[in-house]
Design a binder for this molecule. Structure first.
Ligand code: NAD
Length: 368
């Protein structure tokens, strides 16, 4: 089945069954009066109900949206598995510009479609959706997390995402220099938005020298106001080219290109951004250059841990304690990589797949 709607798309048309060969379910949702066009993809429920955010984005074509939702939902299965959560992987996209299309009615229509999946998929925030939107969706749907704290939700997930990235970075520091601290090291943070800003605080408190860049001047000003000792450089190129011990991509995906890997003086890469490897093979190039890469989905699972905790009635302390475990998980990824002679990105995939297999299998035991 092809979902292609735009012959001008530079990529070949999508065959959903072929591209989604690993996926369990892909649901197209349409509500003409509100303009809702959404796709929910459930990659795996081997470990529990699929959880993943709803991305509200003006995709150029339906195929682009399908590719994105299939890719993102697969990533969520791996993230949840490695984080030790009893959750599967799913994701949803709403096609359109949130600035003009988003309305209470559209979000509630979407909520009814998510409700119809009867708990196989739980939604949350992602690019273009916020806790307030989750509150609207929750008026029609029981399977929502990441709501506002006023509605009993976990609120802004960037707090524990940054905390988890910092834990992963400590594990990388230990593997590289023998001590789990960034004290005395120079860390470059690309992107000081919601996550990057909190990460800078952890780094400064740990005694690191921090260099940042962000094209959004108000974000830079906020960091400089709070931490005057932080150095600002013009752009990512300048940051990557400066003398760093650690590079933390906290902006967009695809940050680790061949050129970046060649230029980088840092010996550790550890940041919040999703899908940092620009293409398959970059993980090997990093290894060949002696750069330790802390896999993105391993270290940035703090936000998922935070919103998953909401399903039990949110406790920040309990969620933070779980996010502290990212230190041990990252350490075990590095140990597995060393033992198996593979890059950490491959080791992380192996550990996640092993847990999906071993724990997922238990659900096949007949309980009488
Ligand atoms: N928020 C979470 O809980 C969470 C969880 C997991 C992963 N992530 C990932 O972490 C990354 C950051 O998320 P966020 O919530 O902080 O987003 P955000 O939008 O608040 O911040 C991103 C920042 O990056 C800046 N930026 C854009 N292009 C840049 C460039 N070329 N160089 C430097 N900076 C640039 C933006 O101006 C913005 O300030 C994203 O990739 C996101 O998918 C976030």
């Amino acid at each position: 089945m092809s979902s292609s709607t735009d012959a001008s798309s530079s990529q070949p048309p999508v065959d959903v069954f072929e591209l989604g060969d690993e996926h369990e379910q892909v649901v197209f949702c349409h509500d003409r009066p509100t303009g809702l066009r959404a796709i929910v993809a459930i990659h795996s429920t081997a470990l529990g109900p699929a959880l993943g955010g709803t991305r509200f984005y003006p995709y150029a074509t339906t195929d682009d949206a399908v590719r994105d939702v299939l890719n993102l939902s697969r990533g969520m299965s791996y993230k949840a598995a490695l984080a030790g959560l009893d959750l599967g992987g799913g994701k949803a996209v709403i096609i359109g510009d949130p600035a003009t299309l988003k309305s209470e009615a559209l979000l509630r229509a979407y909520g009814r479609f998510v409700q119809s999946l009867n708990g196989r998929y739980y939604t949350a925030c992602d690019v273009g959706t916020y806790s307030e939107d989750m509150d609207h969706i929750a008026r029609e749907c029981d399977f929502v997390t990441g709501r506002t704290t006023a509605h009993g939700g976990a609120g802004d997930s960037s707090v524990l995402t940054a905390y988890g990235v910092f834990q992963g970075m400590r594990a990388a520091a230990e593997a590289t220099w023998g001590e789990p601290t960034l004290g005395g090291r120079t860390v470059g943070v690309a992107g000081v938005g919601k996550v990057g800003h909190h990460l800078v605080r952890h780094l400064v408190e740990d005694g690191a020298t921090v260099v940042v860049t962000d094209p959004h001047q108000p974000s830079v000003d906020r960091v400089r106001e709070e931490f005057p000792q932080v150095t600002v450089v013009a752009d990512t190129e300048a940051l990557v080219g400066s003398a760093l011990d650690v590079y933390a991509p906290c902006a967009l995906g695809g940050a680790l290109t061949d050129e970046v890997v060649e230029t980088l003086s840092a010996v550790i890469v550890c940041g919040a951004a999703n899908n940092q490897l620009a293409h398959p093979g970059v993980e090997k190039a990093l290894e060949e250059r002696g750069i330790l890469y802390a896999p993105d989905y391993c270290v940035n699972s703090g936000g998922l841990i935070q919103v998953a905790d909401e399903l039990e009635g949110f406790s920040f302390e309990r969620a933070q304690q779980r996010a502290t475990g990212i230190f041990a998980t990252t350490r075990s990824v590095f140990e597995t990589a060393r033992r198996d002679g593979v890059p950490p990105a491959v080791a992380a995939d192996r550990l996640a797949e092993k847990r999906m297999r071993n724990v997922g299998r238990l659900r096949g035991l007949w309980l009488g």
